[in-house]
Write a protein that binds this ligand. Structure first.
Ligand code: ADP
Ligand code: MG
Length: 156
């Protein structure tokens, strides 16, 4: 799962398929199918962490899931970023830039919504701790997050 890391990516935030992440208090900004297709095809599904910024806003900690997309009958992946920051408004249509720096765990099925939510809360705490370590913290300052507006595309 770590072979492709750190992984830099940017793209437009699109509407997801209404899993109700926001209602759980954990909104996830979804990348378009094109961006997802640009990921290495052998990247493991599961939960990752790293840094994210919306437009040319501040860089924040994030947790990210790479999963199977139910909208495409689980034959395509989805990539969803939960930024660990409270935004005043939605940012559909904006450019999200991320660097994925570490892996937490594989995808899991949960017996209850409560079990799912508490697993995600643990993922968030784990991400916060890991991202304070020098090897992950240094990527917050990467030039990738300070490119001039209009330079859209993948880093690699
Ligand atoms: P969708 O199914 O459309 O992805 P979600 O319930 O997952 O809906 O909500 C995602 C949207 O919430 C994002 O596209 C973004 O516009 C907004 N949003 C607000 N705060 C955050 C945040 N901290 N992290 C991610 N998305 C956020
Ligand atoms: Mg979402």
């Amino acid at each position: 799962a770590m072979r492709h890391l750190p992984y830099f990516c940017r793209g437009e935030v699109v509407k997801g398929f209404g899993r109700g992440s926001k209602e759980l208090g954990i909104p996830t900004a979804n990348f378009s199918e094109e961006v997802v297709e640009s990921f290495p095809s052998d990247i493991s599904t599961g939960i990752y962490y790293g840094w994210a910024c919306v437009g040319n806003g501040d860089v924040h900690k994030m947790v990210l899931s790479i999963g199977w997309n139910p909208f495409y009958k689980n034959i395509k992946k989805s990539v969803e970023t939960h930024i660990i920051h409270t935004y005043k408004e939605d940012f559909y249509g904006e450019i999200l830039s991320i660097v994925i720096t570490g892996y937490i765990r594989p995808e899991k099925n949960f017996d209850s919504l409560d079990a799912l939510i508490s697993a995600i809360q643990e993922d968030i705490e784990e991400a916060k701790r890991q991202l304070d370590l020098p090897e992950h913290l240094k990527l917050k300052e990467d030039n990738f997050f300070h490119l001039p507006a209009g330079k859209i595309g993948n880093h690699h």
